[in-house]
Design a binder for this molecule. Structure first.
Ligand SMILES: C[S@@+](CC[C@H](N)C(=O)[O-])C[C@H]1O[C@@H](n2cnc3c(N)ncnc32)[C@H](O)[C@@H]1O
Length: 310
């Protein structure tokens, strides 16, 4: 079920004949609605790092949209080169729906979900990078602690890291289920208000971010998307936790200000002009009934900015 799909379409305001990019096609829910809103002749470039997502969306949506839909397996950190190669060198809208899809979460062989007995992999693109199990097997306790703190804001990072190092003396922590059980054993249960959240949520988030270099890709992807936008074009980003939302918020604010001179400089010497106008000051959150219908939406925040002529 695509998150905040009505709001996403309203914010992108895709017109007939426009060119759109969906940087994270996933199951294709947003792609379908965005492209439908550009009928009869708009076009959309859809990317996903996960080849299985691209194949699935191709099968489902190509019969309906034909050549109006271009799909390519790629990391959105490559947008600056991939988009022009596909004929999308200047676009009217670019959308990011960050994190992982429900298909990935449900796939027992990928290790994203707590209850899967399959290998702890967590790579969006399984042909690149290092699986999560390898990080757990090779990083020392201090490195694991730093990782869980930085990317999971996990209060019991040190305790969990030491337990992993202890456990792997006997056998490596190789499956998602083993890791989830280990964390649940050593980290005290959360405050009563957060009871529905699994105790390993933050550790899983941290590993996934590290494995996929998610925060670096996001910064690079946002910068590339802004360069591709025509004046009046919209950049719309749906994020699910504070680390990624902070990057989006700061990027938008910096490009709205333009000037990056230190505050003590008497006159601007950087010469950078503002390139974005914020469409929503604080972003949008899902309506209460969407959160009830789709718990995955509960932490979503949708930010939108518009390219101004610079
Ligand atoms: C939340 S899902 C997208 C769901 C989609 N909007 C839908 O309606 O089904 C996020 C998708 O982004 C992909 N992804 C995450 N980071 C990526 C990156 N840096 N480059 C390309 N794809 C990425 C994941 O593989 C996943 O399929």
């Amino acid at each position: 079920m695509p998150v905040m799909v009505d709001e996403v379409v309203a914010m992108l305001a895709p017109a007939a004949g426009s060119l759109q990019i969906d940087a994270t096609v996933g199951g294709g829910g947003h792609t379908e609605r965005i492209l439908g809103a550009t009928d009869p002749d708009g076009r959309l470039l859809g990317l996903d790092a996960d080849g299985a997502a691209i194949a699935r969306v191709r099968e489902r949506l190509e019969p309906r949209f034909g050549p109006r839909l271009r799909l390519r397996q790629a990391n959105f950190s490559q947008l600056a080169t991939v988009a022009p190669e596909e004929g999308f060198g200047a676009v009217d809208g670019c959308f990011f729906d960050l994190g992982l899809s429900s298909f990935q979460l449900a796939d027992a062989d990928r290790g994203f979900g707590f209850r899967t007995g399959g290998p702890l992999d967590m790579r969006f693109d399984a042909s690149r990078g290092v699986p999560a199990a390898e990080l757990l097997a090779t990083l020392d306790a201090a490195e694991l602690t730093a990782l869980f703190r930085a990317y999971g804001e996990e209060p019991f990072a040190g305790r969990i890291a030491r337990a992993i190092v202890e456990a792997r003396r006997v056998a490596p922590v190789a499956t998602a289920e083993e890791l989830a059980e280990l964390v649940a054993r050593v980290a005290p249960s959360r405050a009563p208000g957060r009871r529905r959240v699994h105790p390993a949520t933050r550790v899983f988030q941290a590993l996934r971010i590290a494995v996929n270099e998610e925060l670096e890709s996001l910064s690079t992807g946002l910068a590339a998307a802004l360069d591709l936008l025509r004046p009046g074009g919209r950049l719309v980003v749906l994020s699910y936790h504070s680390l990624e939302d902070r990057i989006v918020k700061r990027f938008f604010q910096a490009e709205r200000r333009g000037c990056v001179c230190p505050p003590e400089a008497p006159v601007c010497v950087c010469g950078r002009a503002p390139r974005l106008r914020l469409v929503t000051a604080r972003g949008l959150v899902p309506a209460a009934d969407e959160i009830v219908a789709n718990p995955r939406a509960r932490s979503a925040r949708l930010r939108t900015a518009e390219r101004i002529a610079a």
